[in-house]
Design a protein around this ligand. Sequence first.
Ligand code: ADP
Length: 192
Amino acid sequence: MRLLLLAPPGAGKGTQGERLAAWSGARHIAAGDLLRAQAQAATPLGREIAEHQARGDLVPDQVVLNVLIPVVVEAAAAGGYILDGFPRTLPQAIAAAELAADLGVALDATIYLSAPEEVLTQRLLDRASEGGRADDRADVIRRRLRIYAELTGPLVPYYQERGILITVDANQSPESVTADIQAGLSGLSLPG
Ligand code: ADP
């Protein structure tokens, strides 16, 4: 199974990615986690990633591709992936499609998790109050949501035009969201 989770900050990509990986056996690849791990390194690249993440800006496409592509290639060979947070811009989506074509694989579906902005903001603020991430601050959350709308939102029509978009209401319990995703996927004829 090869899936992409497309969603604004706070919609539950990480939670659903873990649940779907456990269910399907495909590898959960969380772009934000991989980049945060790289950001820990005391290297110029680590510092560059950390600065972008702290501001709520996207990490430059080429940096993201350098980090993500080897992981995606390995997972493709090992039986599939649930991509969470990658691709997140049109250039990344085009690079990912070229990579998939080179590997002779294709995405089965893109799951778009949708929820109202006030729900997303409240979830991120709740996570902050539970000792969450450094970028879960009101001003940085606003910036992340704005950048999502500007740079990632265009991927919704991109995948819709390719006929692989499944839209799911993310303003429900995690269990209900997973069930809706599984119901959406059951309508596809998945290989294997
Ligand atoms: P969220 O979706 O809540 O913002 P993530 O962990 O997916 O959480 O992403 C956190 C941060 O990591 C983003 O704000 C951005 O700085 C960086 N990031 C993650 N994925 C990408 C990507 N595909 N392209 C560029 N930057 C990314």
